[in-house]
Write a protein that binds this ligand. Structure first.
Ligand SMILES: Cc1cc2nc3c(=O)[nH]c(=O)nc-3n(C[C@H](O)[C@H](O)[C@H](O)COP(=O)(O)O)c2cc1C
Length: 175
């Protein structure tokens, strides 16, 4: 079993995670940071982790709290804060000789960086070996949307599936 672990407030990173897991195939599971317990992660040979970019970095308790008070009138999804931040999940992750990859969801332009690289650094610090460079998937510049995953720009889920296939091929080559 391999895992794609995600933090996702509005469903976009979750949808990318599911597409990556589909591309990786086999019994790869996409799990939120709340679902990805140490027992499950312990069984994985590959751990892929992703989160939205907030403030050119990983979401913090402060940025998550600010998302919670954004306009949530009719047509706007409430931020899902039921699962922990990727930051805290990574801090609690057990060390181990696993394969790994990191991604984020971001807007296009100068603000769109800082998530996947931070995840990659944390994975390496925990003893995991990166299969590929950190990867970003793009969303439209709105912080709220009416339906989950509605912010992704065109073609991102196909790119995510393709990247999942690529990660699987890299892992097979490393076997
Ligand atoms: C509080 C907050 C801060 C954000 N800051 C950035 C940023 O600095 N750079 C960026 O590219 N996107 C930023 N975004 C947009 C997020 O990347 C976007 O909401 C996210 O990719 C959606 O993914 P999700 O549905 O999985 O939460 C921010 C969003 C929020 C809510």
């Amino acid at each position: 079993m391999d895992v794609v672990v995600y933090e996702s407030l509005y469903g976009n990173t979750a949808a990318v995670a599911r597409a990556i897991a589909e591309g990786m195939g086999g019994d790869t599971r996409a799990l939120s940071t709340g679902e990805a317990t140490p027992e499950l992660v312990d069984q994985a040979r590959i751990v892929v982790a992703g989160a939205p970019v907030h403030g050119m970095s990983l979401p913090s308790e402060r940025s998550r709290a600010s998302a919670a008070v954004k306009p949530q009138g009719e047509g706007h999804l409430a931020a899902d804060l039921d699962h922990p931040s990727m930051r805290s999940w990574l801090a609690a992750m057990e060390r181990g000789p696993r394969l790994a990859a990191a991604f984020d969801t971001r807007i296009r332009g100068p603000l769109g960086h800082g998530g996947a690289t931070a995840i990659a650094r944390a994975l390496e610090a925990a003893g995991l070996t990166l299969l590929d460079e950190p990867r970003g998937f793009t969303v439209h510049l709105h912080t709220t949307a009416s339906t989950p995953a509605a912010l992704l720009t065109e073609g991102q889920l196909d790119l995510a599936r393709g990247w999942g296939q690529h990660l699987r091929a890299c892992a097979d080559a490393a076997a």
